[in-house]
Write a protein that binds this ligand. Structure first.
Ligand SMILES: C[S@@+](CC[C@H](N)C(=O)[O-])C[C@H]1O[C@@H](n2cnc3c(N)ncnc32)[C@H](O)[C@@H]1O
Length: 229
């Protein structure tokens, strides 16, 4: 599939992604904003196909503009809690859910990944893209994510662009992502790069004392699937 075809079939140009750290907004090009929307939506399709989720509640941690959770809700009818620490992106996520007709099933919530405001075993599915690299204490957040996951539920956390985009396009996107993070700060870039190493994920999972997991790594993506029995 050509890049233009993919864009035409999946993209809406109505919103802009704001990648934020706590203090400073990160400047990213319009092209990259669109590509990140596209990647989020395609990853949602992948999640839908892989886990066949049709009901229950899904939590999208560090949802940003909400595209992954919104797409998953459109495809499956599942209820989605769109959780982010940043108030500004959440209000945009709310508008995005409205414009895609899923505001009755998508609920924006401002909260911290390290202190999830839910009872034990309430979530059927927990997803998160591109956020773990910015968390203060990933093992602590992973423990809390595991706490709120239902038995036999599934967690899918990580970063990248999924399997559905062509590699040449992923290469271009990755180049732009790196540029944006590097321009933001050298420290943010170092943290982001380190976070994408498989050893970082292993260390976080071990510190979180989680053993039921599978790591998925390729040149563009790193994800962990966690289950609870
Ligand atoms: C790079 S953006 C990714 C957004 C979206 N998931 C995506 O893939 O386009 C990272 C997001 O994680 C959020 N975030 C960072 N630390 C967080 C925390 N401790 N709790 C909740 N959200 C957090 C940021 O506000 C930001 O929206």
């Amino acid at each position: 599939m050509e890049k233009r075809e993919i864009e035409q079939s999946l993209l809406t140009r109505q919103d802009a992604m704001i990648c934020s750290s706590r203090e400073k907004k990160m400047a990213i090009s319009d092209w990259l904003k669109e590509m990140l929307v596209l990647a989020n939506r395609l990853i949602a399709r992948e999640i839908f196909e892989r886990y066949c989720v049709n009901d229950g509640v899904c939590l999208d941690v560090g949802c940003g503009l909400g595209w992954m959770g919104i797409e998953l809700s459109r495809l499956s009818g599942i209820q989605v809690v769109l959780l982010d620490i940043n108030r500004d992106v959440l209000s945009k996520a709310r508008l995005n859910a409205c414009s895609h007709g899923v505001n009755v099933r998508c609920f924006p919530l401002r909260a911290d990944a390290h202190h999830l405001p839910f009872r034990e075993e309430t979530m059927n599915l927990i997803i998160s893209r591109g956020s773990i690299f910015f968390w203060e204490d990933p093992p602590k957040a992973l423990r809390d994510i595991h706490r709120v996951l239902k038995k036999n539920g599934m967690v899918f956390i990580g970063g990248g662009f999924g399997r559905k985009l062509p590699s040449n396009l992923k290469k271009e996107i990755l180049r732009e992502v790196k540029k944006a993070i590097r321009n933001h700060s050298a420290e943010a870039f170092k943290k982001w790069k380190k976070g994408r190493e498989i050893e970082s994920f292993r260390k976080w999972l071990s510190e979180a004392k989680l053993s039921c997991y599978r790591l998925i790594k390729d040149p563009f993506d790193i994800w962990v699937e966690i289950t609870k029995t």
